[in-house]
Write a protein that binds this ligand. Structure first.
Ligand SMILES: N[C@@H](CCC(=O)N[C@@H](CS)C(=O)NCC(=O)O)C(=O)O
Length: 210
């Protein structure tokens, strides 16, 4: 059985959780407690030296240490339903939007949270190395997250899904980013009607409740 190393309260493993559900892949789940620093302990470090979740272990022992690897692997192994585009142009659009949602959305929110929260002092970046916070990055991160909401709203004004006309991993990443933004008090509002409509449609997919 495939094993997902997860943390129920964290955004990055939620992406893998939703992807596994959308693909209908049965798996075991192991919770890693990020609040107590379990990801930095010896046991988990031996599983994923990057000290982050998600990680996924296949039946043959292959260890996938991040969402990029997990998505590439699951798409190749379980091609239906395709979630990374069918045609060359669709594949390119999914790759582009997934990266934009990661960089302009998830990383902006993480920048705001990790540089502003006293609980994350010295943990301004995930991973085995400690980095000090830069308090100014909290405000910049929040501004970038707000700009990301505007960008997403514009895209969804003329496209049914984030990467175009088909549901894809870019929608999964975007749902996770939009929901995660609440932790830094950035929320979609009346100025984002297309984003709000898309989020309501996404809520009809059972996997999005995970
Ligand atoms: N590139 C990774 C990023 C994963 C990541 O940043 N995970 C966070 C949880 S959302 C983590 O493991 N944090 C551990 C820490 O902060 O020490 C991916 O998307 O797979």
């Amino acid at each position: 059985m495939i094993t997902l190393y997860d943390c129920a309260t964290a955004p990055s493993p939620r992406r893998a959780r939703i992807l596994l559900a959308e693909k209908g892949v049965a798996h075991d789940t192991v919770q890693v407690d990020l609040r107590t620093g379990e990801q930095l302990g010896e046991a988990y470090r031996a599983i994923n030296p990057q000290c982050t979740v998600p990680a996924l272990r296949a039946e043959d022992g292959l260890l996938l240490a991040d969402n990029a690897a997990i998505a590439a692997y699951l798409e190749a192994r379980y091609p239906e339903p395709p979630l990374m585009g069918r045609t060359p142009a669709e594949k390119a659009a999914v790759a582009s939007w997934n990266w934009r949602v990661e960089f302009e959305g998830l990383l902006a929110i993480a920048e705001a949270l990790r540089n502003g929260s006293p609980a994350m002092a010295n943990r301004a970046l995930p991973g085995p190395v400690n980095y000090a916070q830069i308090p100014e990055l909290a405000d910049r991160g929040r501004a970038r997250a707000q700009q990301f909401f505007a960008t997403l709203n514009d895209q969804l004004a003329t496209h049914e899904f984030v990467a175009g006309s088909a549901f894809s991993i870019a929608d999964i990443t975007a749902v996770v980013a939009v929901d995660f933004a609440r932790v830094v008090k950035v929320k979609p509002g009346d100025e984002h009607p297309h984003l709000l409509r898309w989020r309501e449609r996404m809520a009809l997919r059972p996997a999005m409740a995970l």
